[in-house]
Design a protein around this ligand. Structure first.
Ligand code: ACO
Length: 324
């Protein structure tokens, strides 16, 4: 029996030029490089320049992914862009990418904050397996610096800007877990926890974009439990264990959350891609950014089994298995 798989063709990323070191926040709020490093693992992050929009970051990542895959923009049938910081309320930022790279087909945004890339990947996988599109670009892109309250030390030190893109194409597989491509995705959300992590604005409420508000320690407690559970679920469904996973490519919010999830999934830290020290939490961009960094430096190789997972506002969370 053959099945259609969404197989990775290539990936790419983009980080804005401006690097902001932890120490720079100490001028604005009562914090220190030491606190930020010890509690989160973050050392620095990138912030978009004035006038640099989420679409600019996404387009740069999209072009890098096209170059890596060795294909032209017109070969892309669909673009799914995960972001919580779109250029505008509408149109979808994905359509700006579509126009810039000369893609046809259709393009739309998905919004699941830090779990956005898992939701976009699940959608792409379903569209490919359902025959709606053959080649899909999945992007995570954020300019979180635009929605930070720089007087709130509990949130402003945590986030950064960036974009990552992954190109998937339909290929025939055997249906077994030795196939290349997406082997499984699990998604979850629970609106009961809205107050733990949200933005205090929006088109239908305040008419303004608003700023990030977070009960960090509460989110932390949910994250360590929910991520380990969903990672276990996606591995069990695919019939694999932590020992089969070559690399965990997690959402990069906090080094302590990453370490806890890796341990519960049976993975030593040597098998975890960690970029949080350089990027901070880039929300929907963090997983494809980490993926692209580890592919570019040769850690991730063809045939490697990757476990990806992320959680964010909603709460929304998800995990995926992809054989590179
Ligand atoms: N500098 C110095 N002190 C600080 C800072 C700071 N930047 N921020 C908080 N503190 C203080 C707190 O006020 C608190 O002081 P108090 O005890 O006097 O009240 C103390 O440090 C300890 O604070 P905690 O919040 O308990 O520290 P914790 O170890 O939990 O770390 C953190 C906080 C980093 C936010 C952590 O809880 C975390 O990472 N949470 C999860 C974040 C996450 O995963 N979010 C999901 C994705 S984001 C998205 O979807 C958009």
């Amino acid at each position: 029996m053959t099945v259609t798989r969404a197989v990775a063709l290539g990936c790419g990323h983009y980080l804005p030029a401006r690097i902001v070191e932890n120490a720079e926040f100490a001028d604005q709020v009562e914090t220190s490089d030491q606190w930020i490093r010890e509690r989160t693992g973050i050392e620095r992050r990138h912030f978009a320049a004035e006038g640099e929009a989420t679409s600019d970051l996404a387009i740069a990542a999209a072009r890098a992914a096209l170059a890596h895959a060795g294909i032209e923009g017109r070969e892309i049938d669909a673009i799914i862009l995960a972001t919580a910081t779109p250029d505008a309320t509408f149109p979808a930022t994905a359509t700006q990418v579509q126009q810039a790279i000369g893609a046809g087909g259709f393009a739309f945004d998905v919004q699941a904050v830090c779990a956005g890339f898992m939701y976009a990947l699940a959608t792409a996988d379903a569209l490919i397996r359902g025959g709606q599109a053959r080649t899909i670009m999945v992007i995570g892109a954020e300019t979180f610096s635009r929605i930070l309250d720089f007087t709130d030390r509990r949130t402003c030190v945590l986030f950064g800007d960036g974009a990552g893109a992954l190109i998937l194409r339909a290929e025939e597989g055997t249906g077994g877990n030795g196939d290349r491509g997406v082997l499984g995705v699990k998604l979850r959300s629970d609106g009961a926890h809205r107050e733990l992590l949200y933005v205090d604005g929006g088109p239908s409420t305040t008419g303004k974009a608003g700023k990030v508000r977070m009960e960090g320690p509460e989110v932390f407690k949910h994250a360590v439990v929910k991520l380990a559970d969903i990672a276990h679920e996606v591995m069990e469904a695919a019939g694999v264990s932590g020992a089969d996973v070559a690399w965990m490519v997690p959402h990069q919010a906090n080094l302590r959350i990453i370490a806890s999830t890796a341990k519960k999934s049976g993975l030593p830290m040597e098998k975890v891609v960690v970029t949080v020290q350089e990027h901070g939490n880039t929300s929907a961009a963090s997983i494809p950014l980490a993926l692209s960094v580890a592919v570019a430096d040769g850690r991730i190789r063809r045939g490697d089994l990757l476990l990806m997972e992320g959680i964010g506002g909603g709460l929304a969370w998800g995990a995926a298995l992809l054989r590179w």
